[in-house]
Write a protein that binds this ligand. Structure first.
Ligand SMILES: Cc1ncc(COP(=O)(O)O)c(C=O)c1O
Length: 388
């Protein structure tokens, strides 16, 4: 037993917490992005049960909308309950079995996360190298395949830490398939904003997050697997190490049975449905074009301010603009100035690029000309404050 008088004192204390009044930020960082008002509204609609017939219908609709957005006919297309890392771990933890070898990239922060997840799944990890700020070269991928014969190959389509887009995806998947390997694509910062064609490009499993180009709060994260990948998952000798993310169990809920597995985050599923409805209304190809156009103006404006992009033009990632911090400028002071004076969020560099770049997102509902003008004007002021 604890000290009785201390307990009494604690019991007497009522937390004095006021009403929730978060600041009204403009979100131009690496995610979350600004949420569309229609998505916010969907989150204040009444809850139904996670097995309610009306919710089962909503689940079907979300799956159909996800297939449209991923450009896939994959039956196994679901929102995983959790953030992007949950859909990532569902892909890696189910496809990598103990004793399997997974090939992962070294050219950014999230390849490192893939490595940790594959190791925890009992896999052996081998790497294909490229510098931070460059994409993978298919020649290096082929060499790594010849040398290590991996069972699973993961790559990051849109590397949020470096602002680099991986081109040549069909070339990479072809190499992997010639070696009978499975391909996992990280589309967290590309889905719904940058061209991604799961079926046409031969991707076996792809995962994403809702809070980037889909402009939806985090909580239900897209995942798709083709039949070939799902056959491997269902044919495993050993159960995946995570019960929660075991796709053979999740299939009971998202597949035909619709039986209880866990209580889905209903409100997040509503939000994702509305966010995906907005994608379908706009049209996926039009949406990719909007991101390219609006972010193109952002990139041009940043260059006019005298700033240099981290990624060369060929690998520029419209949804995440990594910009070099000029010599003599305090990157943190600029970020603070934007937040304090403009209620505007951008982010510093991550991992190896910490202190070297700012990361300015241009995603979903944040990818609007108005936001671009705002961020450029605010940044000009913040840089002037720094004598730049
Ligand atoms: C490329 C990439 N992969 C994975 C993740 C992990 O997603 P989350 O932070 O939603 O768990 C992120 C998050 O920023 C990301 O940018």
């Amino acid at each position: 037993m604890g000290d009785a008088s201390a307990l009494t004192e604690r019991e007497a204390e009522t937390p004095d917490v006021g009403e929730l009044t978060p600041p009204d930020r403009t979100l131009m960082g690496p995610g979350p992005s600004d949420v569309h008002p229609r998505v916010l509204k969907s989150m204040s609609t009444p809850l139904v049960g996670h097995l309610d017939p009306s919710f089962v219908e909503i689940m079907n609709e979300v799956q159909e909308l996800l297939r449209y957005t991923f450009r896939t006919d994959n039956k196994w297309t679901i929102p995983v309950s959790g953030t992007g890392s949950a859909s990532m771990e569902a892909a890696v933890g189910n496809l990598v079995e103990p004793g399997d070898t997974m090939l992962v990239p070294t050219n950014g922060y999230f390849g490192g996360r893939m490595k940790s997840m594959a190791e925890r799944a009992g896999g052996e990890v081998v790497e294909v190298s490229a510098p931070w700020g460059e994409p993978l070269d298919p020649v290096d991928v082929e060499r790594a395949f010849d040398e290590h014969q991996p069972d699973v190959f993961g790559f990051v389509h849109a590397e949020t830490s470096t602002g680099v887009l991986q081109p040549n995806v069909p070339e990479l998947t072809e190499i992997a398939h010639e070696h009978d390997a499975f391909v996992i694509a990280d589309c967290v910062t590309s889905l719904g904003g940058v061209e991604m064609r799961v079926d046409e490009w031969g991707i076996d499993a792809a995962y994403s997050g809702p809070q980037k180009c889909l402009s939806c709060p985090p909580g239900a994260s897209p995942l798709t697997l083709n039949d070939r990948a799902m056959d491997k998952v269902l044919d495993r000798d050993e159960q995946p190490r995570s019960w929660y993310l075991d796709l053979s169990l999740l299939e009971g809920y998202w597949g035909e049975d619709r039986a209880y597995h866990h209580t889905a985050p209903i409100t997040n599923v509503y939000a994702l449905r509305e966010a995906l409805r907005l994608v379908a209304e706009e049209g996926i190809e039009e949406r990719w074009a909007r991101h390219r156009d609006v972010a193109g103006d952002l990139k041009a404006g940043l260059q006019e301010l005298g700033l240099e992009m981290n990624a060369p033009d060929e690998y520029w990632l419209p949804s995440l603009n990594a910009v070099r911090v000029p010599d003599g400028v305090d990157d943190g002071a600029v970020i603070d100035h934007l937040l304090e004076e403009y209620d505007l969020e951008i982010a510093s560099g991550l991992g190896d690029l910490e202190g070297d770049v700012w990361r300015i997102g241009c995603m979903g509902y944040s990818a609007r000309p108005k936001n671009v003008e705002y961020v450029l004007a605010a940044l000009e002021d913040a840089l002037a404050e720094q004598g730049f």
